[in-house]
Design a protein around this ligand. Structure first.
Ligand code: NAD
Length: 297
């Protein structure tokens, strides 16, 4: 029987554990605070930001939201970033991507105080992660690690194939999984749009992580017998539903399930984990900045 890895359940456990840590911090006068910054009015980004705010409320994290007009100058955004860097009540913040075309996202990230960079995208935090001394693990790769742990997957010596080399998923996940650590020690192959014979690379893997943004790219014929399959992809495809679309992953679930020993669904797999790990990083940021020790899940 293939195990369906329940991301909602794992995320909920992590949120429960974080609630205890948040209480400890709040009792010490150091209630964690997360800010979200949204430049422009992209509807999908608005939805993501709203969800992040709601998640904070549920666990007792103070949340602040900053809106910046889509046609404002980059300097206007930089001023908001500087103010958040200086605000002691804000322990962490994220600038929701994508930013409008006239703003250089890399420059935005460079201006975020690395101690408050709960996305883990600042070059200092990327460097620390690669060096095996991560301060903030980026939320989606960290969530994937937690899902693998929850499914009882021992990564030591395993072959992992990651499909996708983005800065937010593929690259940091590869770097985490090769670390000499209990939740690392894997042998990782990173595939991308120029990879030749993707199927050969996925079929050989004990664990396949699909993060390509390509609907149902990975089907059962590309999965080895008994492999673990983690589907990061979230793609809107036209469908005869009320909204006119449905969400599908980068994995063709039904055929992959036939081959896999365990597999994440979409939705309900990696997505809830990404949200939970943002709360985790915010709690960690508050603990580090306030000098209050807490147990993290
Ligand atoms: P991206 O577009 O930045 O990167 C996609 C990567 O996949 C690229 O490196 C590209 O080379 C590779 N790729 C694309 N098509 C390919 C193909 N046919 N064969 C091999 N490689 C291919 O995307 P991203 O930001 O890393 O996101 C990937 C997917 O994960 C998207 O669907 C996104 O919506 C989803 N996502 C989900 C969460 C979550 O919390 N569930 C978080 C982040 C991203």
């Amino acid at each position: 029987m293939t195990e369906i890895i329940d991301g909602n359940a794992v995320a909920s456990e992590i949120r429960d554990d974080l609630t205890d840590a948040i209480e400890t911090l709040t009792d010490a006068g150091a209630r964690p605070g997360l800010a979200t910054v949204l430049m422009g009015d992209d509807p999908a980004s608005q939805t993501y930001v709203n969800m992040k705010q709601r998640d904070c409320e549920e666990v007792g994290i103070e949340s602040v939201h900053v809106d910046v007009a889509g046609d404002a100058s980059p300097e206007t955004l930089y001023e908001e970033i500087a103010a958040l860097n200086d605000d002691p009540a804000v322990h962490g913040y994220i600038v929701q991507a994508p930013v409008p075309d006239h703003v250089d996202y890399r420059e935005v990230i460079r201006r975020v105080d690395p101690a408050k960079d709960v996305d883990g995208f600042h070059p200092e935090n990327v460097g620390r992660l690669v060096a095996g001394d991560a301060r903030f693990r980026p939320c989606t790769p960290h969530g994937v690690q937690k899902l693998l742990e929850s499914a009882g997957v021992d990564l030591e010596g395993k072959d992992v194939t990651i499909v996708g080399r983005s800065d937010i998923v593929g690259k940091p996940l590869a770097n985490l999984l090769i670390q000499k650590a209990d939740d690392g020690n894997a042998t990782v192959t990173v595939c991308h749009s120029r990879t030749e014979d993707l199927a050969a690379k996925t079929r050989d893997a004990d664990i396949v992580v699909a993060a390509a943004g390509a609907p149902e790219l990975v089907d059962g014929s590309m999965i080895g017998d008994g492999a673990v399959v983690i589907d990061v992809g979230v793609n809107r495809v036209d469908a005869d539903t009320e909204k006119g679309y449905e969400l599908v992953g980068d994995v063709e679930f039904e055929s992959a399930k036939e081959q896999a020993s365990s597999i994440t669904p979409v939705p309900g797999g990696v997505g809830p984990m990404t949200r939970a790990m943002l709360l985790y990083n915010t709690v960690k940021a508050a603990s580090l900045q306030e000098g209050v020790d807490v147990d993290l899940p």
